[in-house]
Design a protein around this ligand. Structure first.
Ligand code: ZN
Length: 224
């Protein structure tokens, strides 16, 4: 029997690649998608489309963060378009997002007997969010081992971050090799019909595709 695993799926390039990576490793994947009040719903639509394309069951969980505190949650705060600045945590940081997401995934995993939680966090070509760093996941693993019933027994739920040390170009290559439907993924922090091309997430994505020498299928039919 395939070992069950939960994959956090946001609809972006990284999480979609992580989902296909988990499938390639023989896991019986269940995707967990959050509708957490993102400034646009495009992300949730993309995540559903990727899960359907991969033929994996998924849950969409609604979470409300009424205190906002992020450009991704508050349409009055402008999403920066000037490029990633090393050592700066940008206003698109969502307070405690990965702590919340991994906690929900751990609960899901424990409830259904899954041994692994996959998250497509990346700490190379990224926006500088502290909760994407390997140190965070290592420390959080310690918390799960102590706080879960499964952790207190012998059935540890492991947090797996297969992309954490990869460059964006390496992620694009891996995704292409695994057959990820890259055209269905959505990385832009802004909504709309086409990616804005100037937010940090669009910039990192286009850099990755360019360095990998792959045309981004999500930009097909989109004018430059
Ligand atoms: Zn964008």
């Amino acid at each position: 029997m395939k070992p069950p695993a939960i994959v956090l799926l946001s609809g972006g390039l990284d999480s979609a690649t992580t989902l296909y990576y988990a499938l390639s490793k023989g896991y019986a994947v269940r995707a967990l998608i959050f509708d957490y009040g993102q400034r646009h719903r495009r992300e949730v639509t993309a995540a559903r489309a990727v899960a359907r394309a991969a033929k994996v069951p998924f849950e969409v969980v609604g979470i409300s963060l009424p205190w906002k505190g992020s450009a991704l949650l508050d349409s009055r705060v402008k999403v920066p378009s000037g490029g990633v600045r090393k050592g700066m945590i940008p206003p698109t940081y969502v307070p405690a997002r990965n702590i919340i997401f991994v906690s929900f995934a751990a609960s899901f995993a424990e409830a259904v007997g899954a041994k692994a939680v996959f998250i497509g966090a990346n700490a190379v070509d990224y926006s500088g969010y502290p909760d994407c760093r390997p140190e965070f996941f290592k420390a959080f693993q310690g918390a799960l081992d102590l706080g879960l019933k499964a952790g207190a027994g012998q059935r540890r739920v492991r947090i797996l971050t297969p992309l954490v040390d990869l460059s964006k170009a390496e992620i694009v290559r891996l995704g292409s090799r695994l057959g990820v439907p890259l055209g269905l993924t959505w990385s832009c922090y802004n909504g709309g019909q086409k990616p804005c091309g100037v937010c940090d997430s669009c910039r990192l994505r286009s850099l990755g595709f360019a360095q990998a020498g792959v045309a981004d299928p999500a930009l097909k039919g989109v004018g430059a």
